[in-house]
Design a protein around this ligand. Structure first.
Ligand code: ASP
Length: 439
């Protein structure tokens, strides 16, 4: 049976006009049974998200400041939606209760969660769907981790009694009954959890872009959207900085074999991006799926004669990083050199300590750090099957006059990672885009 779970992000539910679009989308396909809603997002670039306003309320109460004005502005966001939709719905009682609870220190997460709670109440009313509070269906453990199995069981039972429902995203409940949220952007996670519990055939994630793009639009002009991406490719691209979807939203549906379709509420006819578990298919003309870049990196280069014969060398270097709470991004190595790529921000305030500790741990011939490195990842499942991709990548970069400082290809042949000077990153990305995507 066709059954879809649809999640709408904050910008898709920012005002009455967007509510109308959302209702049109939901109602145009009866297989869209469950709707997960975010809190109202920005209506323009200078606007403030309701979630941020709720965090401000919480902070003000802590600082013993008055919240009348800011809470009034939040109330007006919701009331204007209700008014403009012509809904016969009074949320005055809910608003009073919430304001009081925030004034009486009901917690930061409780305050933040009310954004999705109220929006979902209104959306349920507007759609004529049941309202299923995440408080009775999404569970966290005592230690704050998400309780996947309990949630799946209880949520499934709750959904079974409601053929069509709206569920607020972003939050759930602790064993002691208090509200806890996921990290920011967490409504994506709720959508994924609901899709799994509903055994959906598809999880549609509606946002304000038509899916993932082959490259960052701030770097490449009008990049082409990606039609199909596998979960593994997506991990590579998001790790390198491409964001549309909360990272943790991938796991529940991935394990259940449910594809995700990223769609654009403002352009509902666009097909968006399909995220699937596996597909051998790829566009032979493009070969690659996407290009991503990451700035702000440093390389620690360690040299020592006969390093390759010294057992435990790598482990001792990595232990130093671990002790200093630095995670490494990449580890390209030669016979007598080992390079560790780390974030400059993580290294900065403990650079001397780290270098001294490496000296002590492995007695190298030299150890130096260099900043200003950027990594560029060319990702694509098609690379395994097509010859000459690496040569084309390097050719494009050198053709653009950019010096390659480092090369790293994963053995899965899913990506080729190239290190370049930060100041060369945009030129290199555009060169690769032109080589593969648009000539
Ligand atoms: N409203 C929450 C946030 O702004 C969660 C979400 O939109 O997914 O982070």
């Amino acid at each position: 049976m066709d059954m879809k779970v649809v999640k709408f992000g904050g910008s898709s539910l920012a005002d009455a006009e967007h509510f109308r679009r959302v209702a049109e989308i939901v109602k145009s396909d009866p297989s869209r049974h469950y709707v997960v809603a975010s809190a109202p997002g920005k209506r323009s670039s200078s606007d403030t998200k309701v979630t941020d306003m709720l965090y401000q309320c919480y902070e003000k109460v802590r600082n013993r400041e008055d919240i009348t004005e800011i809470f009034g502005a939040i109330a007006e966001r919701y009331n204007s939606i209700i008014r403009e939709l012509g809904l016969d719905f009074d949320i005055g009682g809910e608003l009073d209760y919430i304001k009081n609870a925030i004034l009486h220190h009901s917690g930061r997460d409780f305050a933040a969660s009310r954004g999705e709670y109220l929006n979902s109440l209104i959306l349920a009313k507007y759609l004529g769907f049941a309202f299923l509070d995440a408080e009775s269906a999404v569970f966290f453990r005592e230690n704050g981790s998400f309780d996947e199995e309990k949630t799946n069981e209880e949520l499934r039972a709750e959904l079974a009694t409601r053929p069509y429902a709206v569920i607020p995203g972003f939050y759930g409940v602790m064993p002691n009954g208090t509200i806890k949220t996921f990290s920011r952007g967490g409504s994506d996670i709720t959508g994924s959890i609901v899709a799994r519990a509903a055994e959906a055939s598809l999880y549609e994630n509606w946002t304000d872009v038509s899916g993932f793009l082959t490259a960052d639009p701030r770097v490449v002009k009008n990049p082409r959207p990606i039609r199909t991406v596998t979960y593994r490719e997506l991990r590579e691209l998001s790790y390198m900085g491409a964001t549309v979807l909360h990272e943790d939203a991938i796991f529940p549906v991935r394990n259940a074999g449910i594809p995700i379709n990223i769609r654009n509420t403002n352009e509902p006819d666009a097909e968006g991006t399909m995220i699937v578990s596996a597909t051998g298919e790829y566009d032979p003309e493009t070969v690659i799926t996407g290009i991503a870049g990451k700035r702000g990196l440093s390389v620690i280069t360690i040299e020592k004669d006969m390093m390759n014969a010294e057992i435990g060398f790598g482990r001792r270097v990595l232990e130093v990083l671990e002790e200093n709470d630095i995670s490494f991004e990449h580890l390209p190595s030669g016979v007598d050199t080992m390079s560790v790529v780390v974030s400059t921000a993580a290294l900065d305030d403990r650079r001397e300590r780290v270098l001294t500790a490496i000296q002590r741990a492995v007695r190298p011939d030299s150890v130096v750090t260099e900043d200003g490195l950027a990594l560029l990842a060319v990702v694509g499942r098609g690379m395994v099957k097509s010859k000459g991709t690496a040569a084309r990548v390097f050719g494009a970069i050198s053709g653009a006059g950019v010096n390659i400082r480092m090369i790293d290809q994963g053995s899965s042949e899913l990506n080729i990672i190239v290190g370049v000077e930060e100041s060369d990153l945009n030129v290199a990305m555009n060169a690769i885009y032109r080589e593969f995507v648009k000539k």
